[in-house]
Design a protein around this ligand. Sequence first.
Ligand code: ADP
Ligand code: MG
Length: 626
Amino acid sequence: METKEFKAESKRLLDLMINSIYTHREIFLRELISNASDAIDKIYYKALTDENLTFDKDSYYIKIVSDKENKVLKVIDTGIGMTKEELENNLGVIAKSGSLAFKKENDAKDGYDIIGQFGVGFYAAFMVADRVTVISKALGSNEAYKWESKGAEGYTIEPWEKDSVGTEIILEIKENTQDEKYEEYLEEYKLREIIKKYSDFIRYPIKMNITNSKLKEGTEDEYESYIEEQTINSMVPIWRKNKSELTAEDYEKFYSEKHYGYDKPVKHIHIIADGAVRYNSILFIPENIPFDYYTREYEKGLELYSNGVLIMNKCSDLLPDYFSFVKGMVDSEDLSLNISREMLQHDRQLKLIAKNIKNKIKSELLNLLKNERDKYEGFYKSFGRQLKYGVYNDFGTDKEMLQDLLMFYSSKEKKLVTLDEYISRMPEDQKYIYYAVGESNERIEKLPQTELVSEKGYEILYFTEDIDEFTIKMLMNYKEKEFRSVSSNDLGIEDTKENDKEEAQEKDNKEIFEYMKKVLADKVKDVRASKRLKHHPVCFSNDGEISIEMEKILNAMPNSQNIKADKILEININHEVFNSLKNAYENDKEKLDLYTNLLYSQALLIEGLPVSDPVEFTNDICKIMK
Ligand code: ADP
Ligand code: MG
């Protein structure tokens, strides 16, 4: 019997195959099972058009047999089998797919969801086996053949005995090495694990003999082991079932079985898409933050299946970063099994699916917000920050996508509100969307800067997270209304009567403020009479792009460059403190210096900024206590 060499390019390919195309050796089993499933499919499709052929479901299965003693693993199927020529053509030439040819010949359209089409999967067997033997008998043929190969050198084909139609793949498993425990692939538990992981939703039963133990008859504590044939795979995936057949519990069970999370998901989204791109998907919005969510370690992504066969655990291209909390899977028959990560990134189908999914998640979140507010707020407490980052990242590319999902605490409602809700109840004379920044709602509530806006009866959004103000700066406006900090120099509140009065007074007080400004030198940009203060004596307002809160955040970052907000010291001239200032200005300049420094320090403290010299500050207080 002559040994035929693989074609030259096949040799090189085979080498590539064995050493680099697949990252995990265990996928050899996935490939062989997929081929077996394809082979059964082919009989099924033939039976659809051939009257002489019947397809009796029970006679079609895949069987995995492990012989630990001889270190042999067999994958047996009752599929269509291969003729001598087919063995030669399909296994003798790498990158030649009999399955693809079958699809073409049979003018396969819908329903022909055969997995193979690249003609490389079979060779994955050489990643774990020294020798691969294929015994096959084709449908409608009286002869069987044996194909055998030890890898790159070539293969042999000879007539063989086999009773029934189908194929038997026999792998002589490699010896263990220091790095690789090949013998694991003979262990029941390992095989079961691999089958469950990759091939759970193969349509035909994957059977295996499982060793069990039971109580020996007539004894009370003696056990004996027995072998039982079991079907390992669940066959029908939940995502292929009719939505109407499924209950919320079914989805929750799937969520926990898949280890997507330990919590109960807030919402599941089941997509059955049958348009430009066909795919099924089940997505979950988790309730709790995974412990590593806001760290670099967290890996986003969805499980990706091609026709029920897992091809990737975490396909990150399917989710935008701002929805990285979403868990779930996508199954599409339009994707190929052997596709690599690099290829996936450029795959048009995958891009379409990703876009679909993104829009679906958004609309489902909006539904949740509208119909199940409590649940949405629960979700938002966990992942709202991620949405805000989403607005801020990439120079605001996705802000339109996300702005309706944002929520902030409201001074009026005392709970989270959306921007749309804010806008919809704005009085007509209100120009801006007002916000105040601080460490907590309680602290913001007490901020002197909020006094005027509150008195006008305007609603204020409370920003308590670092990212909030940055997010809003990126948004710039919402439905044509600009955002404005209550500390902003220009609040856009016209109060003509008051304004005239104050302007007159400001002239009178100009000299005092000029003097105070000199005392504070470059610490403030200006000292002014306040229009916003009603009861408090002093506060900062803010000129320019960088707010005081942003100054704090930016300076807390590593490599910060001592960024300063332009601060304006505002004095409430209706407060009795102002009388003391006037007095001091007339009679005792040294005292005015002292008061000015004290007021400045107070404004710092109100903002949660450190006073520049605490010792001097306490000394100053002691001076006025004398
Ligand atoms: P692909 O599955 O992408 O076509 P493979 O390398 O996995 O590529 O298989 C090559 C070809 O060998 C298949 O297309 C099929 O025609 C044939 N083949 C492999 N395994 C079997 C099997 N168990 N029964 C029948 N034909 C098979
Ligand atoms: Mg294949």
